[in-house]
Design a protein around this ligand. Sequence first.
Ligand code: EPU
Length: 347
Amino acid sequence: MITPQENFDLQSYNSFGLRVHARFFCAAQSLAQLKSALDFAKQNALPLLVIGGGSNLLLREDFPGLVLQIALRGIETVAEDEGSVTVKAASGENWHQFVCHCLQHEYFGLENLALIPGNVGAAPIQNIGAYGVEVKDFIDEVTVLDIATGDVQVMSAAQCEFAYRDSIFKGRLRAHKIVLSVSFTLHRKTQVNCSYQGLAQALPNNGANASPQEVFAAVCKVRREKLPDPVQLGNAGSFFKNPIISRQVYTDLQAKWPEIPGFEIPQAPQSIKVPAAWLIDQAGWKGKGRGGAQVYEQQALVIVNRHEASPQDIEALANAIIDSVWQRYQVRLEPEVQWVPAFESTQ
Ligand code: EPU
């Protein structure tokens, strides 16, 4: 049995540090506690919000139901041979600590994803990615709980329908499954990915012969320079997704803005990914804000809680940025951060 707490302050459970409350809150440390919390929500007809580290979340108002934090812990090596290893981590494990655990055990591949805030459970939901790597490249299986039936199910990577910052858990299965654990297949032999220009530049000889430990250190250094630590300055990482536009639209934009960066997408040869940070930066938003919310000076894609921002300050700033980018380039920005209640486009 689990007894949720009432009128719970969520300030330290969302990385923006917003002062919002949950009508009920509990943290589930076991499957039994998780099921008991779900029963509580069902019996009391409460809306449910499942959270992990709260690092990709914009809570727009007090939550009228049960906020359920997944706090399942444990990391185990389930299979190993000369070339690869399969490691299973519970969804409540801190992501960066898990990356460090793998590196310490010489399980390679996740170095590029060091210092991403949040927990293991969020990794497959939004297919976290950074510095040339997406977590889908290493996910083997995801174990989930079906909220309606209480069944535990194992989903293969293919069933998760991973895409750029997206998966089936954000789409068709949203609000139907809870991630319990994730299995990763990692390298046992040194194999690094320094394809991302900004990372290669931070390494000796542009990353040639770099060790996984060096890649890890370089990723940590680059991230610390560009991205604010949510413990010191509230934020939720990239606030917007990098928009994916057609090659034709990109060519039209290039005619007007010759410097506009664009990245090829191997899976979608007719599309180009444009850095939202560039669009926002060029539109003059760095350092500008609404109320206590501000566009971070070092990285235009990040909105920070500079001074006791309210959810409305962040929303007003986000909407003003969306409008301004639309007016200037006719490109529609979409939040990368999960809004609760959900984001609705005003355009
Ligand atoms: N740029 C600007 N102004 C800025 C920052 C960047 O013009 O203030 C331009 C530069 O041209 C730069 C380009 O934008 O080359 C891309 O910037 P950056 O390499 O910093 O990456 P990003 O596209 O802004 C993405 C991810 C990050 C991830 C980095 C590194 C998304 C939404 N964001 O950011 O992920 O860490 O690449 O791989 O895909 C997150 O999801 O929360 C996150 C931080």
